[in-house]
Design a protein around this ligand. Structure first.
Ligand code: SAM
Ligand code: F3S
Length: 448
């Protein structure tokens, strides 16, 4: 009987991608079968996030729960990967001695040898270095079950925003060669994938080497992935405003497979705060870049990330953020209270805004973001949407669920044979977290 692996993931989509790769790798090397609960597993891995303090604290309480399992079953192997592991390194074992394995986002491909060391030599294994090039070369070809798949095309971040740990935990920006990206996308398409989400912490900083000694940017990569037979929908995330280029605008103008949506974090609507965040752009520059994209693709919807309560943020700065939200009309956005991260420059700034004030600002902001999101959903009522059917609906076996281009879940009655296909659906109902629809006869893909 094969032994069992449980992988739990906190954090971003890049972590989700990495977790899937880890499970495939250990299935090949150790014949470990993935299961859904830690109680059944012989090896447990936690892929962690340290972007905010709360996420980091969750890691240690999770390890505490698993340490109890290990007391009852001392042969249980516990491994911690991702950004907390990268930041803490060997110190993580000092704080949590039940942990056997510590690996970073760039060393997960070394898991098989690390697991061998733990199981055969009974020695803990710690490796949180950044041997960038190796990672993707050492991973097996992804195996895919659904119609949609993540594909990491670049790693790390070299922007060093003053509040963010990512450049320290994931290393500098590094792009996979274009050929490697296309080979992975082709293999996914052959396994029935119809939608690919191109991933990177700064995915539009992608600069992948090409066969002829040149370099491909994200715009070119999108064109090339769209040309793969079977791939009919492309998303990408997350983008940085500074790396929005004419070439990306061209992709929006020329590639119908690219969805009419971009997630473009702005963080604040105040130039003063943006300067102290080291974002290296102003609000006007952000709006200018957005305009290029919206001119290339009229109706492009935009979501964003916002931070409230950055050190020194005044009521006027916060009001400027609310004004920007109004001006752009963001859909489906994320907002957070600033969380000081050890080792980042902003952690040393004097912070006079009270916790209560920060919480009140977050409530005001989220209230407005929610209203905008609901407004968008309401405006979809009666419209016709192309939906990629992903699975049975959670409400009923007679219904299917899929996503629209702007990433909303739609439930509709239809036969199971449509799972994995695109269908046209007219929207007949709007609920707080989903839409309801009715299948319509299909029309050809949009002409852009
Ligand atoms: N590449 C993206 C960009 O262009 O900004 C950001 C990736 S970051 C890991 C995801 C989001 O987490 C950021 O956009 C930011 O809003 C939030 N974030 C990062 N550091 C944070 C901190 N110290 N406190 C609160 N939120 C933070
Ligand atoms: Fe973080 Fe800024 Fe990079 S938010 S991931 S340092 S673009």
């Amino acid at each position: 009987m094969s032994r069992k692996l449980f992988v739990k993931t906190f954090g971003c989509q890049m972590n989700e991608y990495d977790s899937t790769r880890m499970a495939e790798l250990l299935q090949d090397s150790h014949d470990l079968e993935s299961v859904d609960s830690a109680e059944e597993a012989d090896v447990i891995l936690l892929n962690t996030c340290s972007v905010r303090e709360k996420a980091q604290e969750k890691v240690f309480s999770q390890i505490g729960v698993w340490a109890e399992l290990k007391q009852a079953r001392p042969e249980l192997v516990i491994g911690i990967g991702g950004c907390v592991a990268s930041q803490e390194g060997a110190a993580l074992r000092a704080r949590a001695p039940s942990v056997d394995l510590v690996f970073g986002p760039q060393t997960l491909h070394r898991l098989p040898e690390m697991l061998r060391q733990v199981e055969l030599d009974r020695r803990p294994a710690v490796d949180v270095s950044f041997p960038e090039i190796e990672k993707f070369d050492s991973l097996p070809t992804p195996r895919q079950k659904g119609a949609t798949a993540f594909l990491s095309i670049m790693e790390g971040c070299s922007k060093y925003c003053s509040f963010c740990v990512v450049p320290y935990t994931r290393g500098e920006e590094w792009s996979r060669p274009l050929d490697a990206v296309l080979a992975e996308a082709t293999s996914l398409a052959e396994q029935g994938v119809r939608e690919i989400v191109l991933l990177g912490q700064n995915v539009n900083a992608y600069r992948g080497a090409t066969d002829d000694g040149g370099e491909a940017d994200l715009g070119l990569a999108i064109h090339a992935v769209a040309a793969i037979p079977g791939i009919d929908r492309i998303r990408f995330t997350t983008s940085h405003p500074l790396d929005v280029s004419e070439s990306l605008a061209e992709a929006f103008a020329e590639v119908p497979e690219l969805v009419s949506h971009i997630h473009l974090p702005v963080q604040s609507g105040s130039d003063d705060v943006l300067r102290r965040m080291k974002r290296n752009h102003t609000v006007a520059e952000y709006l200018q870049r957005l305009k290029w994209l919206q001119q290339a693709r009229p109706g492009l919807s935009v979501s964003t990330d916002l931070i409230v309560g950055f050190p020194g943020e005044t009521e006027a700065d916060f009001q400027a953020t609310l004004d920007l939200v109004e001006q752009v009309g963001f859909d489906h956005s994320f907002s957070f209270i600033y969380s000081p991260r050890p080792g980042t420059p902003a952690a040393d700034l004097v912070d006079e805004v009270s916790v209560d004030e920060k919480k009140a600002r977050l409530r005001r902001l989220q209230q407005r973001l929610r209203e905008l999101e609901e407004g968008y959903a309401m405006s979809m009522l009666g419209s016709r949407q192309r939906v990629l059917v992903e699975r049975l609906s959670r409400r009923s076996d007679e219904e299917l669920a899929g996503r629209t281009e702007n990433n909303r879940v739609v439930n509709f009655p239809a036969p199971r044979s449509l799972i994995g296909q695109f269908v046209d659906v007219s929207i007949t109902g709007v609920f707080s977290n989903s839409l309801r629809g009715k299948v319509e006869p299909s029309e050809p893909l949009r002409d852009v």
